[in-house]
Write a protein that binds this ligand. Structure first.
Ligand code: AMP
Ligand code: MG
Length: 690
């Protein structure tokens, strides 16, 4: 079966759009393509939703895209109902019947009267129940007592799930009955207007497929602070667009010609697996606009930032296991920090501020220490209180013990003291329910402390990014082995492996490959099967022995990025079997420079981190240099006596200079003339591996 280009998921609503302000539980829809979901769309009523769907289907049809559209209400009723209502056991007969009978404006509908009318035909005690209106309706029970249902209470699909509602219940939290009555007429119209096939009643041969979804099948309420319906449609859309075509075919293989079926029911593990998969990078993600020859460093970084996205799966782990990992969702505080108002000092607590002058107060019994449950201090009394103690009732201000004289059960001190002095407000650091951490942050020492303080037990994190490293070149031998004349030791691989580790990712050593295309292709296959990203060095230019670029070009997914940078040769950026490849230059200095400037931020992005911009600062130069316009230059540098000094030779084979240096001096594209004291930009190496 041909797959779907566009996924759209809709969380329907059966209610009316009556309030002045839009309701959170109106209709939410979300579009996803290739595992990437757009922002959820808020549609305040069904008329708006229908217009929006028409527009979407028109645009997608025009673009030749196949669309899978999911709606969160049953497409059919329990067996026997279609026959009893319409004389045919065809679900579409019910669709057509409802389309004709339902009256729907944003502010009112006839659904309760219509349901009562259906009930009257079958004895007036069911199958529909729940009347949300003030007026009683003959034939529509408000409650289940006296209720009689001539049809099965649930469809086979609902029997097979935990917690799915019966479509006969028209109201109450979680009920779906009104959505069916108010949704099917819309779907019926859309079905006639477009080339739609409805699952599982029809073979999905058309341009557009409708499926019935139930987000709660695999999803909970979502992260704290997000609107449940909005979050769910976005997650379902992303999940469904991640499902491979073979799995999709299995999920769609269902026999339920009358009642319909819930998409994915019985395949929850497949759905969860799809949900954990981040979107794949596309094969053309490194393509350059035509005519581009030399790309400045700034633009190169902007392109990488725009084209790369997280590729690592997400899972939920206990906070104790989250250190070193990258947050996949923002984190909301489960508890305020501090949870209660408390004292910041050792001293005496009482109520209110005090004017200038001497104050004498009786001392209450006992004391308040950190960890004590707050007691109550009688009016007009002070209490001994120790740093970190929650303020007892009747205390909102604390005077430092050093400022107090103590005698015969009284304290005396001098005002003025402001109300609230020396105390910490509850939640002054973080309020319960407030956003405490953004997604894309690596959980380090500070984050571990914060997560603990705000009572968070579990967080969603990305799996570590696996980065494969391989060196290419007939001249290379493994460090430690015997080197023949003409051979050199492979210096890039240990350098890159360590750089990856220092950036917080997982390095995979894929060894050395001689200049041989077949061997290289084999090794790339191996690496692509294991890693999220492949870093190669050597062979990346356009020469005879530049097999990395040649192979990637043959694979049809490579672009040589000619970056206006020194040191550096072109970067060969491409995709090998769905895995991005960074082809770095062979010269160790150029390899390390390009790895730090370009590969480090790219790795961060793929790993789910925020875009990392290395932080430099301006310092006076301790050297002189003239430079022509056209390229950004990175000089190996370090700071001594407040000045940037640079390594004597700029030769890009000089590995000793890399070790000598502690950072780069970055010289801009423009021509510059530097003499001692000219301000230059210095970027410490440490700022690349965060
Ligand atoms: P290439 O980019 O393959 O043309 O290599 C450029 C220069 O870098 C040559 O002098 C290579 O010998 C050297 N080179 C390539 N790979 C490495 C490596 N892994 N370690 C040290 N030097 C290398
Ligand atoms: Mg080479």
């Amino acid at each position: 079966m041909k797959g779907f280009d566009t996924i759209v998921m809709v969380d329907w609503s059966g209610g009316n759009d009556t309030g002045k302000t839009p309701r959170a539980d109106a209709i939410w829809a979300c579009v996803a393509r290739q595992g990437r979901a757009e922002e959820p769309v808020y549609l305040r009523n069904r008329a708006q939703a229908e217009d929006w769907l028409v527009e979407l289907f028109e645009a997608e049809t025009r673009a030749g895209n196949r669309v899978l559209a999911g709606f969160d209400f049953p497409f059919g009723y329990p067996r026997g109902f279609a026959q009893a209502l319409t004389g045919r056991d065809d679900p579409f007969a019910v669709w057509a019947w409802l389309e004709e009978q339902i009256e729907d404006t944003p502010h009112a509908s006839n659904r309760f009267d219509l349901a009562a009318g259906i009930n009257q035909r079958f004895g007036g005690k069911g199958p529909f129940w729940f009347n949300a209106l003030k007026r009683d309706i003959e034939g529509l029970p408000r409650r289940k007592d006296g209720y009689e249902n001539p049809f099965p209470e649930k469809r086979a699909a609902e029997e097979a799930t935990k917690g799915a509602f019966s479509c006969w219940q028209l109201g109450g939290t979680g009920a779906v009955g009104s959505q069916v009555l108010m949704g099917l007429p819309v779907l019926s119209r859309l079905r006639k207007r477009f080339d739609v096939a409805v699952w599982p009643f029809e073979p999905l041969t058309g341009q557009i497929a409708f499926v019935e979804i139930w987000p709660s099948l695999t999803l909970g309420a979502g992260p704290l602070g997000q609107i449940k319906d909005a979050w769910q449609v976005q997650e379902v859309a992303r999940m469904v667009s991640n499902i491979g075509s073979d799995v999709l075919a299995r999920i769609l293989e269902v026999d339920a010609p009358e009642e319909g079926w819930i998409f994915g029911l019985g395949h929850e593990a497949d759905l969860r697996h799809a949900a954990a998969q981040p979107p794949k990078l596309t094969n053309d993600c490194f393509a350059l606009p035509p005519g581009v020859h030399w790309t400045p460093v700034r633009e190169t970084l902007d392109m990488l930032r725009a084209r790369l996205s997280p590729v690592t799966p997400v899972s939920t782990v206990p906070v104790g296991a989250a250190t070193g990992r990258i947050l996949a969702h923002e984190v909301m505080a489960q508890r305020s920090n501090p949870p209660l108002p408390n004292t910041a000092v050792d001293g005496y607590g009482f109520a209110g501020g005090k004017a200038a002058g001497v104050h004498r107060m009786p001392l209450a019994e006992g004391r308040a220490a950190a960890g004590d449950a707050p007691g109550v201090v009688p009016q007009g009394h002070a209490v001994r209180i120790l740093t970190g103690a929650a303020l007892p009732g009747g205390v909102d201000t604390v005077v430092l013990q050093e400022d107090v004289t103590l005698s015969e059960g009284h304290i005396a001190f001098r005002g003025p003291i402001k109300p609230g002095a020396n105390t910490r407000r509850a939640g002054e650091d973080v309020q319960e329910g407030a956003k405490a951490l953004e997604k894309g942050i690596r959980v380090g020492a500070a984050e571990a402390a914060l997560l603990a303080a705000i009572g968070v037990r579990e967080v969603a994190v990305h799996a570590p990014l696996q980065v494969a490293v391989l060196s290419t070149g007939a001249e290379l031998v493994q460090a430690g082995d015997a080197a023949q004349p003409g051979q050199i030791f492979d210096a890039n691989r240990p350098m890159l492996l360590e750089l990856i580790r220092a950036c917080g990712h997982v390095p995979l050593d894929m060894g050395i490959v001689p200049d041989d295309r077949a061997l290289l292709a084999q090794r790339l296959d191996l690496a692509a099967g294991r890693a999220d990203l492949i870093l190669t060095s050597g062979g990346a230019s356009a020469g005879d022995e530049d097999h990395v670029s040649a192979l990637l070009r043959e694979a049809g997914a490579m672009t040589l990025w000619r970056i206006a940078v020194k040191p550096g040769r072109p970067l060969a950026l491409g995709m090998w079997a769905g895995t991005p490849v960074f082809g770095l230059p062979g010269n160790p200095v150029a390899a390390m420079t390009c790895a730090m400037i370009f590969a480090a931020p790219a790795m961060a992005r793929l790993a789910g981190q925020d875009w990392q911009e290395p932080q430099g600062f301006d310092v006076p130069a301790g050297f002189s240099k003239r430079k022509k316009a056209g390229r950004t230059e990175y000089l190996r540098a370090r700071i001594r006596d407040g000045q940037a000094e640079v390594f004597g030779s700029e030769g890009s084979g000089r590995i000793s200079g890399l070790s000598w240096a502690e950072g780069f001096v970055e010289l801009p594209d423009a021509a510059v003339e530097i003499t001692t004291g000219t301000m230059v930009r210095y970027i410490p190496f440490g700022s690349f591996s965060m």
